[in-house]
Design a protein around this ligand. Structure first.
Ligand code: GLU
Length: 303
């Protein structure tokens, strides 16, 4: 199938809606300055075919998309042990909520809410230089050198009171081994990585190839581990809108408040859409519409 005309048509039909609805994330000052009038889409098939349209080469803040890759590092390094301090259930609460952590003794519901990603990051900080390893993984997966946006990282650090609260709370339950400040610094930097849609579509490629590196082909994760990441994306990857995503789109997806969404069609392709204005749950509004149009036009779905 030639995907290029499909992506171009989606961008052309959604462009008139740019700026009409949704809000860019404002709780991180550096993100509040991003223009909402942008829309990009890119995909890479398992056999290396690529297509992209719109603002697909414009870098943006990956934010929670980094949670996919920190979990990948954690699963690769620790195997099953990664699940000792993190659950696998949808939280039913906002991504930065504190309430559940109290009643559940500091064990986050899943690795895609902030508390869960902080717990994963803590394990990574114990194992190695978590910041350097994240950049190395992402650069290797997309075949280009990627960087932190230090301004975004600093902006998050200066306003990340909830993340600090979550990490301190877990520390009080004995669930964080390292200095809270070190864990937060790594987490904020992971969220601050700047990448474009095409780079992310490539970087997520192992998720549609049973864990094989998108370019090198060597196994990054096992088939079983990869399937588990995809199921977590489906149930927990899109804040409180997982049901809506399954209903409208029918693919495992992970969102970030920078407006990016990574989606996987197992055994076929990975894609990334980006448009900074978010709907109420924190997912990219036009990104969701673009994915819905893509699955409607191509018939691709896991259901
Ligand atoms: N850095 C953001 C935070 O910790 C990530 C949120 C997101 O993209 O879901 O609040």
């Amino acid at each position: 199938m030639d995907f290029q005309p499909v992506l171009e048509e989606i961008v052309a039909s959604l462009r008139p809606q740019l700026g009409l609805e949704g809000q860019v994330a404002s709780y991180i000052p550096a993100l509040a300055r991003v223009s909402p009038l942008q829309l990009g889409i890119a995909l890479r098939t398992c056999d290396g075919q690529e297509a992209h349209a719109g603002d697909s080469l414009t870098p943006f803040s990956i934010q929670s998309l980094s949670k996919l890759f920190s979990l990948t590092l954690g699963m690769r390094e620790m195997g099953e042990a990664i699940w000792e301090r993190i659950g696998r259930e949808p939280s039913g609460n906002p991504f930065n909520s504190l309430v559940q952590l109290e009643s559940e003794q500091g064990i986050p519901r899943n690795p895609f809410i902030n508390a869960g990603a902080l717990a994963v990051t803590d394990r990574l900080v114990t194992l190695f230089d978590a910041k350097a390893q994240m950049l190395a993984l992402l650069s290797s997966l997309c075949g280009e050198t990627v960087h932190f946006d230090e301004e975004v990282a600093a902006s998050e650090a200066s306003t990340g009171f909830r993340n600090a609260a979550l990490a301190n709370f877990m520390k009080s339950f004995g669930r964080i081994d390292n200095d809270v400040s070190e864990v937060l610094d790594a987490y904020f930097h992971h969220c601050s990585v700047s990448m474009n849609c095409l780079q992310l579509a490539r970087a997520a490629g192992f998720l549609c190839r049973d864990g094989a590196h998108p370019f090198a082909g060597e196994p990054l994760l096992s088939e079983r581990q990869t399937r588990r990441i995809n199921s977590l994306m489906l149930t927990c990857g899109t804040y409180d809108a997982a049901g809506e995503f399954a209903f409208r789109i029918g693919l495992p997806c992970k969102s970030g408040v920078g407006g990016g969404i990574v989606a996987v069609v197992p055994d076929k392709l990975t894609m990334c859409v980006w448009s900074p204005a978010l709907e109420a749950s924190g997912n990219s509004l036009l990104g969701m519409k673009a994915l819905e149009m893509f699955t409607a036009r191509t018939g691709l779905s896991i259901f």
